[in-house]
Design a protein around this ligand. Sequence first.
Ligand code: DC
Length: 225
Amino acid sequence: MPIPNIIAIDGPAASGKSTIGYQLAESLAYLFFDTGLMYRAVTWLALARGIEIADETAVTALAEEVPIEVTPPSQKDGRTCDVTVDDHDITWEIRKPEVEANVSVVSAYPGVRTALTQQQRRIGLRGRVVMVGRDIGTIVLPEADLKIYLDASAEERARRRYTEILGRGGSADFNEILSKVIARDRIDSTRAIAPLKPADDAILLDSDHLNAEQVLQKVKELCLN
Ligand code: DC
């Protein structure tokens, strides 16, 4: 079987899908596209412009006009790409707690999803792509040649996030991270439109007892079989 042309990887927050997706794309010389950063960029811009996150009409209008640029990384500081809005490098800004706390609300707005899904689909259909998100296999690219749903327990995902923050020299409270992971899971999987769930034809991969290298190995095997 040829290597799949369009690869979709979905899964909950902190399941490791971005790390795995990036490494897989690198090894195949494919485009890596992390759709979560588009929802994050809209959320960041709304906060930066003082738009109320609860104002669905205003946030949707923003999603329809915001020019989000995603380009190859310009710096070696752990980023997998540069995210720019209005010439402002927001690659790390969109990872901040204020954005994390609001992005699930923004991404539940139907108009926001329609605007961003259209852009994602246009990019994905060009092929040679690893696209990562929550609804890639179900809504954005149902025709994907390989669909993977990467899962792990909330405790394991919170532990990974916690270790990552400490590793960057930051400080964090494990229980606080865990409750945020659980809260985001709830919003992402219960929203009316494009909720987080595996596509019927997705391959489920539980990474609770696997490290990143082992998950990547399994994903690569799926691409070659
Ligand atoms: O993967 P992430 O944590 O960067 O995603 C940020 C948020 O965006 C997350 O709360 C869910 C949402 N999201 C989505 O609804 N659909 C996608 N395809 C990707 C992300």
